[in-house]
Write a protein of this length. Structure first.
Length: 373
């Protein structure tokens, strides 16, 4: 069951659920907003940090959520003591998007967009002061939409680097919000390589097969580790069976010069989708020198012959993805004997399974390569 454990552990910025047979996605920003009592655009005027304990005054310019007033100072506390931050420093001038929650005493504590206990510069979204006010919108615009527009305005004028990466993280947490697809489409055609990668990554998260096909041209420009990780994670979580996207992932994952992470994440997507269009690429992975990739390929063939549904995070709960969706014309006593979720206790078991599926593919390749009538 090692393959299933790896799937559950994948970190993505959206939750996949099954609704009416289609993959529905809940933007991660919604969960952050639910846990926040206030969301503001504002500036730190003065504060201190003592061994990771921050206390500072925040003056909001704009209120996106909460019963607060602009220009009325707030006292904010934030505990980052779980990491090594020694000594005392002053903090001031940090301007951006802040998520706040009331503590038991009624004052505000900072709600980090990512994990707790990072230094202050990583737990809010820095915005340029000249950024247009995104909350100058009709009343029916949601808080999530306003947050996305604030981030979108800022990311378009940010240079490549740490600030852009943090804003990109926020953008990807908003994928699925009304208006996000239009912005992602625009960025995916940008002359800026980092904006283009951001746009394509978001579109892949939206299961866009054409974005995957276009992404093959930008892989060489993925020189930023932060963006690479988001891009590869989006591929790993991709579950659209459209042949265009499957072929794009297959070609990226089986390219000899491909980065190891891309091969692993691409193989996971191919295994999880396991349509007949994925089989030629899974067959290539059977020849990989990497045992993990060979295991993913064996699992993909196993899923196919058993006619299991596409494997999503939601379907992993209760092992729902291991229940056939219809008849299983390719399942036999021999395929059952050589079926595996991708992990083997003994090397000889793996060798036998890999060889079996190579032979099986050689026997069925012509039949399964025929176009649909």
């Amino acid at each position: 069951m090692g393959t299933v454990k790896r799937l559950v552990g994948v970190s993505v910025s959206m939750v996949i659920c099954v609704a009416g047979g289609r993959a529905a996605r809940t933007p991660a920003i919604e969960r952050l907003l639910e846990s926040s009592d206030a969301v503001v655009i504002g500036e730190v005027t003065y504060g201190t940090s003592l061994n990771g304990m921050y206390s500072f005054t925040l003056v909001p310019d704009r209120i996106l959520k909460g019963n607060l007033k602009p220009r009325v100072a707030l006292q904010i506390n934030y505990n980052a003591r779980a990491i090594v931050i020694k000594g005392s420093t002053e903090v001031s001038g940090q301007y951006g998007l802040w998520f706040l929650a009331r503590d038991k005493a009624g004052s505000f504590a900072l709600r980090p967009p990512k994990q707790q206990s990072l230094p202050l510069e990583f737990v809010y979204y820095a915005l340029p002061k000249q950024s247009p006010a995104a909350n100058e919108e009709p009343e029916e615009v949601t808080v999530a939409e306003r947050v996305f527009r604030e981030l979108a305005n800022a990311v378009e004028v940010s240079e490549k680097g740490q600030r852009f990466n943090l804003l990109a993280d926020g953008i990807l947490r908003c994928v699925g919000i009304t208006g996000s697809r239009e912005a992602l489409e625009r960025w995916s055609g940008s002359s800026s390589s980092h904006l283009r990668v951001l746009g394509l990554t978001g579109l892949i998260m939206l299961e866009d097969p054409l974005a995957l096909d276009r992404s093959r041209d930008v892989i060489a420009s993925l020189d930023d580790t932060y963006l690479r990780n988001h891009f590869f994670a989006a591929i790993s979580a991709y579950r659209n069976p459209d042949p265009v996207g499957v072929r794009a992932i297959g070609e990226m994952a089986t390219e000899e010069s491909a980065a190891k992470d891309l091969q692993i994440d691409g193989a996971q997507a191919l295994r999880s989708i396991h349509t007949k269009e994925a089989l030629p690429y899974l067959a290539k992975l059977l020849d990989s020198k990497d045992p993990h990739l060979r295991g993913q390929a064996v699992a993909g063939f196993t899923y196919f012959v058993n006619n299991w549904p596409i494997e999503t995070q939601a379907a992993v709960v209760g092992m729902a993805f291991t229940r056939p969706v219809a008849n299983t014309p390719y399942r036999t006593v021999e395929t059952e004997r050589h079926s595996s979720m991708g992990s083997f206790e003994r090397a000889e078991d793996e060798q036998a399974a890999v060889q079996f599926w190579k032979n099986w593919w050689a026997e069925h390749q012509q039949e399964l390569s025929k176009p649909e009538p």
